[in-house]
Design a protein around this ligand. Structure first.
Ligand SMILES: [Zn+2]
Ligand SMILES: [Zn+2]
Length: 304
């Protein structure tokens, strides 16, 4: 592992002018592109079978989103109130979930198990035996980050359905429904932690860094050379696996002892935060040796 030189604040600041603060995922292509990326990463990868499974799961997420049933959404006065108070309107831990997410869960589990190995089909059968109250408890555990409380073979399906549900809500409401919040390290849509950050290319976002939500896939702007967890601008260092092309690095902060991966689209335009984070598990293992803690979850990491 190599650590690059420490950057000083101001060295790479975003250009002046209009910066799009919030980018919502493209509903029609988000999960389809993630599936394609998982397939690409699976080739010649030690975790190839798992990444192939994740590709199938992303395909199932795409289909479930396309057929997502009617679900209740906050009305315009509720949204205005959230914007006024700087609160995420679709906060993952406090919002009552519409039962529609459980329909997405059944669809995803059924689709993903169609050509899956025996172990996956058994997991799906166990999932099918859970009643609604148990599924709601399961969802609470995932959204609270209590992954150890869950059946790890079932958690990818539940996490996948929750992602689809939140993406359905955010893209139905549109980016204008959401305002800035006081907490820069949490998603302004759903108040979840980011899975990674991404340095974008092209258009108004050229060279800008966005944090990518681990749950709803929304991206929000944060200046570079600043810890995405504690906002310190001192003691930020970048770590990468030797011999790689530098598209995925770990951005580590001495102040709070945490790290989050940062992805560079100019090094690889097909990067997907969720997929590339899972495929670069080796970097997490190396970071673990430095004693640094990840500051944001990947909802599929534990099952990896
Ligand atoms: Zn979010
Ligand atoms: Zn920090």
């Amino acid at each position: 592992m190599t650590a690059s030189t420490i950057l000083q604040p101001g060295q790479i600041e975003p250009p002046a002018g209009d910066i799009p603060f919030l980018l919502l995922p493209a509903r029609d292509s988000f999960f389809k592109e993630r599936a394609a990326r998982f397939r690409q990463l699976a080739a010649n990868h030690k975790m190839g079978d798992f990444l192939e499974f994740m590709a199938g799961l992303a395909d199932a997420q795409h289909a479930a989103l396309a057929h997502f049933p009617q679900a209740s959404l906050p009305d315009s006065s509720r949204l205005a109130l959230s914007r006024e108070h700087g609160m995420p309107a679709l906060a993952a831990r406090s919002r009552a979930r519409d039962p529609a997410w459980r329909k997405a869960l059944r669809d995803i589990a059924e689709a993903a198990s169609a050509h899956a190995p025996q172990a996956v089909r058994e997991a799906v059968a166990r999932l099918g035996a859970l009643d609604d109250a148990s599924l709601e408890k399961f969802a609470d555990a995932i959204l609270d980050g209590r992954f150890h409380d869950t059946d790890l073979a079932l958690s990818p399906f539940v996490a996948a359905a929750l992602q689809v549900y939140w993406l359905h809500m955010s893209t139905t409401l549109g980016a204008a429904a959401f305002g800035r919040t006081d907490l820069d390290n949490l998603c302004p849509v759903c108040a979840s932690s980011p899975v990674a950050s991404i340095v974008r290319i092209g258009g108004a976002e050229q060279g800008l860094r966005y944090l990518h939500c681990s749950l709803c896939g929304a991206e929000w702007h944060m200046v570079r050379a600043k810890c995405s967890n504690c906002e310190s601008t001192r003691g930020i260092a970048y770590y990468a696996i030797e011999g790689g092309k530098g598209a995925v690095k770990a951005e580590a902060c001495e102040e709070c002892g945490s790290y989050l991966k940062i992805l560079y689209l100019d090094k690889d335009p097909l990067l997907d935060p969720t997929a590339d984070d899972l495929a670069s598990l080796a970097l997490d293992i190396l970071m673990d040796e430095t004693g640094m803690q990840r500051s944001g979850p990947n909802l599929f990491l534990l099952s990896a």
